[in-house]
Design a protein around this ligand. Structure first.
Ligand code: DGL
Length: 267
């Protein structure tokens, strides 16, 4: 029997909500289950072996419990490490991944200077190197790993103050001037960062295109589901689950703004 559960959207924290909102525009009738592995957040600094084992064991539980019709890994750090292993382990589950948008950036750049802003994990990945070699060998690609931005994005989203100076010190390495040319595209290669894009625009030394792949990921999900997309509402609620089992009231309100009801395991 084909899995008939919701579309499961996964991230380590709140970043995947940037992808979930695009999915809802394109697929308004699908039931969405947002899973945040916030007990592990931030995963950008985790050692690769440990993180991969952790993700595979978490997905054993999630897929068994929810039988999703498709899974969107709305996290570059997780997908560039474990995407292939997840597809091998669950060949019947359609996975849609998130990878640094290096190919579209290489197609769009005028100056040939591109920066990829990501977690330290995504910057280190062999997957990211392969994307650069395959699609951007004609460009100068600067990889900028940030230790703090995912956490700063969560603070910003929850309404806590985040200083411009703290953001600027994380993004300033993205801006390169060489032989009269300047960086013209910064790839937002962590799903948390689009929440900060308007802040980045205000403090950037010059205007650039901040490339957010969320819409392209949602379109890929539409392609993967093919004719298996719901055309009428089922009336089922969209749900969020957090691995820390938090019931924080502020988080409940924030998730409601994304059309999600927070449920703790077993409810
Ligand atoms: N949102 C995740 C990504 O796209 C990473 C956040 C984290 O460090 O946990 O890479």
């Amino acid at each position: 029997m084909a899995p008939d559960g919701p579309v499961l959207v996964f991230d380590s924290g709140l970043g995947g909500l940037t992808v979930l909102r695009e999915i809802r525009y394109l697929l308004p009738y699908e039931q969405l289950l947002y899973v945040a592995d916030d007990a592990a957040f931030p995963i950008g600094r985790w050692p690769e072996d440990q993180l991969k084992d952790h993700l595979l064991s978490l997905f054993d539980d999630l897929l068994g419990e929810h039988r999703p019709k498709a899974v969107v890994i709305a996290c570059n750090t997780a997908f560039t490490l474990a995407g292939e292993a997840l597809r091998d382990r669950y060949p019947d589950v359609p996975f849609v991944g998130t990878v640094p948008a290096i190919k579209p950036a290489a197609e769009r750049t005028s100056s040939g200077l591109i920066s990829v802003l990501a977690t330290p994990g995504t910057v280190r990945r062999a997957y990211t190197r392969t994307l650069i070699d395959s699609f951007a060998s004609q460009c100068h690609v600067r990889l900028v790993g940030s230790d703090l931005l995912a956490e700063l994005a969560e603070q910003h989203l929850r309404g806590d103050a985040v200083a411009d100076a703290d953001l600027l010190s994380e993004i300033s390495d993205c801006f390169l001037e060489s032989a009269g040319k300047r960086t013209d595209i910064v790839v937002l290669a962590c799903t948390h960062y689009p929440f900060l894009a308007n802040r980045f625009r205000k403090i950037a030394p010059w205007p650039v295109d901040w490339l957010d792949p969320a819409e392209a990921i949602a379109r890929q999900l539409v392609r993967v589901l093919g004719s298996d997309t719901l055309q009428n509402s089922t009336g089922k609620e969209d749900i969020a689950r957090f691995t820390s089992k938090t019931e924080d009231k502020g988080l409940v309100r924030l998730l409601a703004g994304f059309g999600l009801q927070l449920r703790t395991a077993g409810t």
